[in-house]
Design a protein around this ligand. Structure first.
Ligand code: AMP
Ligand code: DBH
Length: 548
């Protein structure tokens, strides 16, 4: 192969030629221990899928608004997808950016990429061209799969990355009747892939200007899926509603889409997590499980027409991605009749759940317990000294499914991990009797209803505007989303007396940010054009003062 694959990049990036660590940065001696413990089993994502197809060929696997497929239909769809992708040149180790809406075609694409021994590079439908460009060059990925029926945002992304045509092959899929032309193409054999190899690149919300990419191996990720299935008691007869973006780590693995594939539960895809979409699907398909971020749960709780729908089939709602207020948590059981399982997770690894049989107090007031007995937890002060149990501190973690480095990011890695491989989560927590409560955040990150935004990424885009002199972006409290994005903008001197006359209005700046390729969820909710920023005693911009 004469091009660099994402596989080469993952194994050589930060540690050129270091055969002592896996793509995740996990040393081989620790890998050996995780195998001996039985956490890592040698399973691969392709083998997981094959078992589902072989075990339940005629049972329903998945439904979206276009079609319902059995596991063997899905297998046929995956073969067709693999033929089309291979025909476009996708081969072993290649990075394939996937930016598709929730759909059966999404499943076909991901498993086809695994079948070929290629590497999914996950992105969200809301990502802008700036992120897609970054993934293409950084992974690197020479293939991009998206929808042939894009909404306005995705149509803009497709237009904006058209100039990558020489290096990135764009494959557009019609979710209603995908993989046209597959019949004329050979179906390639499934590749043989070692379980300790890089399986895909997952996304992190991140604290830097560019989203960080998270390397996962088959061994470590499938362990996290099995552990989640067990803690969540997901069963073969269950029906999982996928309403958050499929590529999100929460949706994919906690226990998520892959948990459903493991036990052969059926998957129902919703276009979005709004009550008008979710409620009819629950009633129609007898949904038993769904994952939501806190604002989506609040919308359901407060939706006036809810009583018109029978939602009694639901056993468990998983809520995570951002802190759920205790008040909202308390309403779940009495108003919806569902069991709430709080999920405090991160794409980097560690996932915590409140146990299904925990007391109501534990369920509503904590963010759960580490799901694996081999998750190592430390709570430390700013000097990395352990604090006494029950006192707030910085959460550090290490374990069988937590990465020890980001993909090709030596500087970030030096900050984000300790010398002995603990991940610095940036979360401030209290650890008491085995349970974690999230009490704050040390990292420079905005959590907008579960979408993580790096202020720097928004600042960098607004700074490219001709009449902008300086920008400071902060998160401000919001009743529904938890936080909203607020940008303070100082105009250049020549525009300062009448910014609007120079095109500097909040509306125009928001449009500018969208057109410059920013993710739709990262476009500031509020923009203030100001003459100066408040400063701290030492003359730094006081983000605290800007947060009000
Ligand atoms: P990411 O690293 O982008 O996958 O985002 C993970 C981060 O989301 C965590 O480190 C927390 O800051 C936040 N988070 C996820 N779930 C919860 C939760 N249930 N409660 C509070 N914060 C959460
Ligand atoms: O926010 C997250 O990243 C998250 C939340 C819940 C996550 O990655 C997960 C569960 O696995």
């Amino acid at each position: 192969m004469n091009h660099q694959t994402v596989l080469d990049a993952a194994t050589n990036s930060d540690d050129p030629g270091n055969p002592g660590v896996l793509a995740t940065g996990v040393p081989r001696e620790d890998a050996k221990r995780y195998r001996e413990l039985g956490a890592w089993t040698g399973d691969t994502h392709w083998a997981l899928f094959r078992r589902a197809v072989d075990s339940w060929p005629t049972e329903t696997a998945a439904t979206d608004r276009h079609r319902t497929v059995t596991w063997s239909d899905l297998d046929a769809g995956v073969s067709r997808a693999a033929a089309v992708l291979a025909g476009a040149g996708v081969g072993r180790g290649d990075g394939v950016i996937i930016q598709l809406p929730n759909s059966v075609a999404y499943l076909e694409t991901v498993f086809a990429v695994w079948r070929l021994g290629a590497i999914p590079v996950f992105s969200l439908p809301a990502h802008g061209s700036a992120e897609i460009r970054h993934f293409a060059s950084h992974a690197p990925a020479r293939f991009y799969v998206s929808t042939a029926t894009p909404n306005r945002h995705l149509a803009r992304v497709h237009r904006d990355i058209a100039d990558l045509a020489g290096t990135v092959t764009m494959i557009l899929v019609d979710e209603a009747s995908p993989w046209e032309g597959a019949d004329a193409l050979p179906v390639p054999d499934a590749a043989s892939v070692p379980s300790e190899e890089l399986a895909f690149l997952q996304l992190s919300g991140g604290t830097t200007g560019v989203p960080k990419q998270i390397p996962k191996t088959h061994d470590d990720y499938l362990y996290s899926v099995r552990a989640s299935v067990e803690v969540c008691d997901l069963r073969h007869s269950d029906v999982l509603l996928v309403a958050l973006p499929a590529s999100h780590n929460f949706t994919m693995s906690s226990p998520g889409i892959l948990g459903a594939v493991q036990v052969g539960a059926s998957i129902v895809f919703a276009a979005d997590p709004m009550p008008t979409e979710v409620l009819p699907l629950i009633a129609e398909h007898g949904v038993t499980h769904l994952a939501l971020v806190p604002p989506a749960l609040l919308s359901l709780l407060n939706f006036p027409g809810r009583d018109a729908y029978d939602v009694s089939s639901v056993r468990t709602v998983w809520v995570g991605g951002a802190k759920l207020s205790e008040a909202a948590a308390r309403r779940v059981r009495p108003e919806l009749g569902w069991t709430l399982q709080q999920v405090f997770g991160m794409a980097e690894g560690l996932v915590n759940y409140t146990p299904l049989d925990a007391s109501i107090e534990e369920i509503v007031s904590t963010q759960g317990r580490p799901m694996s007995p081999w998750d190592e937890i430390r709570v430390v002060d700013d000097e990395d000294v352990d604090v006494p149990e029950g006192e707030p501190g910085n959460l550090l973690t290490r374990g069988p499914y937590t990465i020890r480095r980001y993909h090709r990011a030596p500087e970030v890695n030096a900050r984000s991990f300790t010398e002995d491989g603990f991940y610095r989560t940036g979360d401030i927590v209290v650890f008491r009797e085995g349970t974690l409560t999230v009490v704050g955040r040390a990292k420079d990150q905005i959590n907008r209803g579960g979408e993580k935004i790096a202020p720097e990424a928004v600042e960098n885009i607004l700074l490219t505007h001709d009449t902008v002199h300086d920008v400071s972006v902060v998160g401000v409290p919001d009743e529904v989303l938890g936080e909203k994005i607020r940008a303070f903008v100082i105009p250049r001197q020549d525009a300062a007396s009448d910014p609007a006359a120079h095109g500097l209005t909040p509306t125009k700046l928001r449009k500018f940010a969208r057109e410059a390729g920013l993710s739709s969820f990262a476009v500031p909710d509020l923009i203030d054009i100001v003459a100066e920023f408040p400063l701290t005693g030492v003359g730094k911009v006081s983000k605290k003062a800007q947060q009000g």
